[in-house]
Design a protein around this ligand. Structure first.
Ligand SMILES: Cc1cc2nc3c(=O)[nH]c(=O)nc-3n(C[C@H](O)[C@H](O)[C@H](O)COP(=O)(O)OP(=O)(O)OC[C@H]3O[C@@H](n4cnc5c(N)ncnc54)[C@H](O)[C@@H]3O)c2cc1C
Length: 405
């Protein structure tokens, strides 16, 4: 177990396993840390168990750290808007004045090269405006090129919300952890539950049992395995997603927004002195949860080679010169999306008394972290009625096809 205090963040790391807690959180990614924060704010004594030797070391750091209010349904839009409001005054929110989470509002710019795509964008923006999201702009190709001169002449329409953006996921996770007052037990794997009369009464770990009446599973891709120990089956599909990192690319405009080819799903945003580039491969097979996620060079070729149907050069031609000069270092990071059937998170109580979930964000767990974890804790405490929680665990779900992101 970790024995030293982190320097920058006043996180309470345990020397010995606590014997009891009001609530135990399983998982020390962004969602485990955020759950601990909202549980602490509600006055609960919380312990977090993380099997790895560092917080924020599995899916969360593989992410792009981006957030957007531009959703296709009002429930997720509101959940993320709550998170964005928390991120915008994060230091005050978690009580760590001066903590800089490198919040960047450079917007999300969605682009299409087809007339059907333009009509779809128009319909979606009208819907978003009817839900109160009034700051999304619909641009013609020409207007978009005037604002973002790096765009290709083929772009015919764009939707853009300047308030969307990205942040530093390590800093947010550490900030939630430090602000929570919870006890963090590193190198401590949960291995099972102590159950009595069908209810959870404790969490078994590699160092002993923590007695508790409430447990929140925030174990990322391992959440299904963990819930299974209590006899609860979760319909989750784990799919590998990769991030291409090119740390230095002089052509990337540092003030560019998240730039998304809505026709293919390829997207990138400025990062370091270059960019993070992504693409949601819809044919990736679901697999078991992984502690080490493999990456594939084919991901790089698919995004950079102008001959690829989802090349980023399609809508931002400067990427063609990056490919041609072949002079920039690159590397890949991998993580798993934890998909639910309807691609929305599972938040709050389960049918097992004392067992709660904060998982299944289907690729949106950074942007959903504050709003979703607050809601999961409120639902655990009975402050939100099940019917008022659109993300309740036992809800009717319609199977959803793949999203662009
Ligand atoms: C390539 C990629 C890009 C992404 N980009 C974005 C983005 O831009 N915006 C966005 O909102 N989302 C994005 N996501 C999704 C986002 O990263 C996830 O939704 C989020 O990180 C999930 O957080 P988590 O805390 O649940 O998971 P994790 O970070 O995986 O944390 C779970 C933790 O639980 C621990 N654990 C598991 N089992 C046990 C056990 N038995 N005992 C103790 N500990 C255990 C694990 O070791 C791990 O540390 C992206 C994901 C990927 C892969």
């Amino acid at each position: 177990m970790e024995r030293t205090q982190a320097f920058r963040y006043p996180i309470r790391y345990a020397d010995t396993l606590p014997g009891t807690a009001d609530v135990v959180v399983i998982g020390g990614g962004i969602l485990g840390a955020a759950t601990a924060f909202y549980a602490g704010r509600a006055g609960l004594r919380c312990a977090v168990v993380e099997k790895r030797s560092r917080l924020c070391s599995l899916t969360t750091p593989a992410s792009t750290g981006a957030f957007r209010a531009q959703f296709d349904n009002p429930e997720e839009m509101r959940l993320v808007q709550e998170s964005i409001a928390a991120f915008e005054r994060f230091d005050e929110h978690v009580g760590l004045v001066g903590l800089d989470i490198r919040l960047t509002h450079q917007g999300y710019l969605w682009l299409t090269t087809t007339a059907e795509g333009a009509a779809r964008q128009r319909r979606l923006v009208e819907l978003q405006q009817s839900w109160g999201l009034t700051d999304v702009e619909l641009l013609t190709g020409e207007e978009a090129r005037r604002r973002f001169p790096y765009l290709a002449p083929e772009v015919v329409s764009a939707r853009y919300r300047p308030g969307d953006g990205w942040l530093d996921v390590k800093r947010v996770t550490n900030g939630f952890a430090a602000g929570s007052g919870a006890t963090f037990c590193l190198e401590t794997a949960a291995t099972g539950f102590a159950l009595a009369g069908g209810a959870v009464k404790g969490v078994r770990t590699t160092w002993g049992t923590i007695a508790c009446d409430q447990v929140v599973v925030a174990a990322g891709p391992f959440s299904g395995v963990v819930a299974g120990w209590a006899g609860l089956h979760l319909d989750l599909a784990l799919r590998i997603r990769q991030k291409l990192v090119i740390p230095q690319v002089p052509e990337v405009p540092p003030a560019a927004p998240m730039t998304i080819d809505e026709d293919t799903g390829a997207h990138w945003r400025p990062a370091l002195q270059g960019a993070y580039l992504l693409y949601t491969q819809h044919d990736t097979l679901a697999g078991p949860p992984l502690d080490d996620v493999p990456t594939s060079a084919g991901f790089y070729f698919g995004l950079l080679d102008p001959a690829s149907p989802h090349s980023v050069a399609r809508i931002a031609p400067f990427w063609r010169s990056v490919w041609e000069r072949n002079d920039d270092l690159w590397c890949l990071m991998g993580g798993q999306y934890t998909y639910t059937l309807d691609h929305r998170p599972l938040l709050g109580p389960t049918e097992i008394p004392g067992l709660h979930l904060n998982t299944g964000y289907s690729g949106h767990g950074i942007m959903g972290s504050a709003g979703g974890s607050r809601l999961a804790v409120d639902a655990m405490l009975g402050r939100v009625a099940p019917e008022a929680n659109p993300f309740r665990v036992h809800r009717p779900m319609e199977s959803r096809t793949f999203d662009v992101l």
